[in-house]
Design a protein around this ligand. Sequence first.
Ligand code: ASP
Length: 334
Amino acid sequence: MRPLLFLLLFFCSLSQAAEQPLAIVIHGGAGTIDKGAMTPEREQAYRDKLRQALDAGFAVLEDGGTSLDAVTEAITLLENSPLFNAGRGAVYTYDGHHELDASIMDGRTRQAGAVAGVRRVENPIRLARLVMEQSPFVMLSGAGAEAFAESQGLRLVDNHLFDSEHRYRQLQRAKERLERQRGEDYRAAVEGLPSPLRMGTVGAVALDKFGNLAAGTSTGGMTAKRYGRIGDSPVIGAGTFADNSSCAVSATGHGEYFIRYNVAADICARVGYLGKSVVQAADEVVHRVLQRAGGTGGVIVLDAAGNFAMVFNTEGMYRASRTSAQPARVAIFE
Ligand code: ASP
């Protein structure tokens, strides 16, 4: 009798494990992706890095790790790549520095951590996670966030670590353009900048074997940003949101719109309160609410059943997905 019971229990737990889907979806920014400048080599480099981050995150999930670990792992890899506007590839502020924003949220507890305007932290997503797990706060900014990083044993780096030729050229182009339009409404001038100069944030959403969702986002913000400007990426509900009972979202795009339209939380509210699918909810917010307001960008969305959406109202969005039911897919354009 005993061996039979053990066998039964063994198969029950096996089938439970088989039923719990695992999923990870990542993005590397949305915007007008200059097809002219996109050589086959460059496109391949983007695809390879997205695939590497996706696989690293999925491996964490397959090894029984949490969705928070998978999100942190995938975003850290993208932050370490000069291709994306986060960490090493961060854009320049108007004054020629780099100021990084990031956030992470746990769908199980609705705990969240965020950092804004940090200049000397190599992996802002890791600091956001420490804020969530090791402090009683949700968001820390600037020098205070860096002091907290040091207190947690993170090594501070020189801001020049984030320097790169191509981002510097982007800053020069943006400044020339802003200078030419001097006297005009600053907001209109910034909005008139071509979106490659403004976009390129990274983010991830994941679902683990415990059925828990997590979301995270990291960015250098927008080229030529001024006056300590903070975008949507570290704002919970705007650029990042996660709640097991609705969905997990990471956004990318013109942050001011994502903040004003509370984009990530709005998508999850539609899922939670109106029973919309993640695809419907993301479509409504990105193509109707945001687009009508003039906001450009995109989102990745995932629910606790492993359904996901990757929706954008721009020409392209660097993105990739992998679930236990669907193989890895990497895409850039529509
Ligand atoms: N959302 C980011 C910001 O406004 C930029 C981006 O996603 O490209 O800071």
